[in-house]
Write a protein that binds this ligand. Structure first.
Ligand code: ZN
Length: 492
């Protein structure tokens, strides 16, 4: 893994090989490359700083309640401390200022007005209070502790549509509420998680409510790693969390066997999203583009969403990263019987070909459809027990036998997508233990599921090709550029 020398903390933070680029809006993926360049390449750090501090003083409808609260606190602090600043600033955050600039004066004036407005609002609606739900709590116990009557509980839970949601409260969640001088619960916010809350408000006709959903800020980050022994160790060193490493392995897993093919000297890099709220990272988003170099061969993948809203990963020339079929449709513990045209049958002790593969797995393990298709048969058959047949394009049929139960959602003729659960491992029919008996038939002929050459999944649609090409070349160039700068700045 490489390390980047940090030049400016605000412009280009570098932690363990990850560069983070602030980005203010959720961009259409095609815009990502350009946006990254703009932010890191063009904006001097002072401008970025200026923008940030400016934003902290603006209150608008897009901010969360917490954010507003914290802004209000800040404003109050400013309003209260401002007159005494020149004397003896008690808070070290505010450096002693000899002369107040015009800008500062306006900000202080604004803060004062805002503080006054808030004070008036508080007098009318009451102070915000917060209750944190503990295990065993319900609305009645919580309100009782807060000195609110059973009548209030009754009234607010009768709020049209969203009143019932209050029975869902879970430990750790918060209820923020205000009670005015007459003892009326005027407003309440049920904070379900960082992004979702329900806002209740008292009116003459009882309570009304609305859902409030915050959109996280999406930032784009870059990371790269060099492999010494395993992808996971290399990712760890690069500061990439495990679930993202899994995703990366999933994208390239159709071309590279991460258990067998990985060699020292292999490398990877990626551009991915990070979701932020109030400057705090919530979680990682999608991998937008990645390359993986395995034994000198370079694989590239680009995430692309088409006009129908379908998202997938494609190679630089628009081929799907996937195959049309999963090699193994179940997470198995071991292969209990291979494809063998001359096998002795374990139950009948006669020479009977084994025309599929048996994957031993615990009863109840989900079985995935190996590819897109339609259900050709779903139900019971003598030796196969509960079995599903899927008809795929190009005369391919896959068979999944001995299931403990099939997925009732499907019936004959149902469409099924690759990876959907069609049933669960069992030992119905002629089976000596729980396993999936899996067959792959081409033009009616049984082929070995472990070795049959699997066709590629459909490439990018013709009408999407121009769009995709433009997007792919941009973001892949971006990936290459960053990889270049990281290496260059890493020379000892
Ligand atoms: Zn079998």
């Amino acid at each position: 893994m490489t390390k980047l020398s940090t030049q400016s903390a605000s412009r280009d933070r570098s932690i363990g090989g990850i560069k983070k680029f602030p980005k203010r809006h959720l961009l259409v993926v095609t815009g990502v490359a350009a946006a990254v360049m703009t932010v890191i390449g063009l904006l001097p750090s002072s401008q970025v700083e200026a923008k940030r501090s400016e934003m902290e003083l603006v209150i608008d409808g897009h901010q969360s309640d917490d954010q507003k609260d914290s802004i209000k606190e800040t404003l109050k602090a400013v309003a209260n401390s401002a007159p005494s600043v020149s004397k003896a600033p008690s808070v070290s955050k505010t450096p002693k200022v000899a002369k107040e600039t015009e800008e500062q004066r306006i900000a202080r004036e604004k803060a004062k007005q805002e503080a006054a407005r808030l004070a008036a609002e508080e007098a009318a609606l009451g102070k915000w209070q917060t209750l944190t739900v503990k295990s065993g709590d319900n609305l009645s116990t919580l309100f009782n502790d807060a000195g609110l009557s059973a009548r209030v509980v009754y009234n607010i839970s009768k709020t049209p549509k969203l009143g019932k949601k209050l029975t869902d409260i879970r430990p750790g969640q918060k209820l923020k509420f205000r009670v005015n001088s007459e003892g009326t619960l005027t407003q309440m916010r049920y904070v379900q998680d960082r992004l979702n809350s329900i806002f209740y408000e008292h009116t003459d006709k009882g309570y009304t409510a609305q859902k409030v959903t915050l959109t996280p800020e999406i930032r784009v980050a870059y990371a790269e790693g060099n492999i010494k022994n395993s992808l996971f160790l290399a990712s760890q060193r690069a500061g990439i969390p495990e679930n993202m490493t899994m995703e990366l392995a999933g994208i390239f897993g159709w071309d590279i066997d991460f258990a067998l093919d990985i060699r020292e000297g292999d490398s990877f890099n990626l551009i991915y999203e990070e979701k932020y709220l109030d400057g705090e990272k919530l979680e990682n988003g999608n991998i937008l583009a990645a390359t993986f170099t395995n034994r000198g061969e370079v694989f590239k993948a680009v995430r692309y969403t088409d006009r129908d809203g379908d998202t997938d990963y494609y190679s630089a020339n628009g081929m799907s990263m996937k195959k049309a079929f999963l090699r193994t449709p179940v997470d198995f513990t071991r292969i209990s019987s291979r494809f063998n045209p001359n096998r002795l049958h374990p139950v009948f002790k006669t020479k009977r070909p084994h025309r599929g593969v048996d994957y031993a797995a615990r009863t109840g393990t989900p079985i995935k459809a190996a590819g897109d298709g339609r259900i050709k048969f779903i139900g019971k058959q003598r030796g196969y027990g509960n079995v599903v047949y899927i008809q795929h394009p190009n005369n391919v049929v896959t068979v999944y036998a001995h299931q403990s139960r099939v997925n009732r959602k499907f019936r004959k003729g149902s469409r099924v997508k690759q990876g959907q659960t069609i049933g669960y491992v069992g030992q119905t029919g002629w089976a000596t233990g729980p396993h999936l008996h899996y067959e792959f038939r081409v033009n009616g002929v049984h082929r070995n599921p472990m070795t049959v050459k699997l066709p590629d999944a459909a490439p990018i649609a013709k009408k999407e090709r121009a769009n995709f090409k433009a997007h792919a070349s941009k973001i892949l160039a971006q990936l290459e550029q960053h990889s270049g700068t990281m290496l260059a700045s890493n020379q000892p």
